[in-house]
Design a protein around this ligand. Structure first.
Ligand code: AMP
Length: 335
């Protein structure tokens, strides 16, 4: 009988376990040992377990095989490693088959393409580049090592630096994308297989060094933009943009159902740039809870419209598990 929700101590674990407690579950935090004191201070943490190494973390997670659900977040694979994540026997909330798609940036972008969502032009061969591009490194490293190239020559120079410094072994590892000019907006969704409903749970903007600091500098100071995520800022969208991004969300849910069974379950995020033409281009997605939802631990301007009560995404996940438990439909949301 499922009665416990567990997660890894990082990313969005505070709201996940806070929400789990609110919905009546026991909570377990599995965290690197040096963070045990930090997590123990919170009254909604029933059990905080420290680990010394990643294998130990997997063993601890597997102790909850019979009564627990692990909530994956953006740092799970980063902390535990993709190979070890495959050894997790405890049920995961959401579709674990998506991990593999998310691990490969090119495969990942293809899902957006199949969903007919506008995406930036992508270049396989540096020789074909005819505009400003952004170069992204593999894995979720919070934007580390990304760079902008204004033209082909700058691109080649930047790629050489990455190769020389061994940040990559081969240029196939990077993704070269048209740099879309506009403002970033990250649209957070929750798909409920139990209620058969897609909800917009919030919108955020990432706060990134140094790109977001450049406007504070005089224009003649030359600093290359970098994209290291350090925080998140809340946003609401002009209401006329919402039906469009909602359609993107629905289309994405349908596409994932077709290509990555059993489909999208729970939170995901479409990471976008809104252009002055009104067009919204999605340059990436996250297939699970994003850290930008931490802004809305008391609910967002959108979650309020569905629930009329404080509803963080962490709590929304626990609510979905509770609904599924009561309806005997856990198989629809756990993998
Ligand atoms: P990502 O790791 O794909 O989320 O990208 C990190 C950051 O780079 C984003 O938060 C944006 O600020 C920026 N970015 C990524 N892709 C693009 C793009 N195609 N056009 C403009 N900005 C981008």
């Amino acid at each position: 009988m499922i009665d416990t929700i567990l997660t890894i101590g990082s990313h969005s674990s505070l709201q996940i376990l806070h929400g789990a407690k609110k919905e009546g579950f026991k909570t377990v935090q599995i965290t690197p040992k040096n963070r045990v004191n930090f997590y123990n201070q919170f009254p909604f943490m029933d059990t905080v377990i420290g680990y010394d190494n990643e294998d130990e973390a997997v063993n601890k997670i597997n102790e909850y095989e019979n009564n627990g659900v692990l909530i994956p977040h953006g740092s799970l694979v980063e902390y535990i490693g993709s190979e070890r994540v495959k050894r997790i026997k405890t049920k995961i909330f959401g579709n674990r088959n998506l991990f593999e798609w998310e691990a490969n940036q090119k495969k990942k972008m293809s899902l957006l393409k199949y969903a007919n969502i506008p995406i930036p032009e992508q270049f396989e061969n540096p020789e074909d580049v005819d505009r400003m591009v952004i170069v992204k490194l593999p894995g979720a490293k919070g934007g580390k090592g990304y760079f902008i190239a204004k033209n082909k020559a700058q691109l080649k120079e930047g790629l050489k630096k990455l190769l020389d410094s061994k940040m990559i072994n081969n240029i196939d590892e990077v993704i070269i994308q048209e740099y879309v000019i506009g403002v970033p907006m990250y649209f957070q969704f929750f798909y409920s297989p139990i209620m058969n409903r897609l909800e917009i749970t919030g919108i955020d903007i990432r706060y990134e060094t140094n790109i977001d600091g450049l406007r504070r500098l005089p224009a003649d100071i030359n600093v290359d933009p970098t994209f290291v995520v350090v925080g998140n800022i809340p946003a609401v969208a002009r209401e006329s943009l919402l039906p469009k991004v909602y359609d993107y969300g629905l289309s994405f849910v349908n596409t994932v159902r077709e290509y990555v069974p059993p489909g999208m379950i729970g939170p995901f995020c479409l990471e976008s740039v809104a252009k002055d033409s009104g067009e919204i281009v999605v340059f990436e997605f996250s297939g699970r809870i994003v850290a930008g939802t931490n802004l809305y631990i008391y609910g967002s301007p959108y979650s309020w419209l569905y629930w009329d009560e404080p509803m963080s995404v962490g709590r929304r996940i626990a609510r979905e598990i509770k609904l599924a438990l009561n309806m005997n439909k856990l198989d629809k949301i756990l993998t």
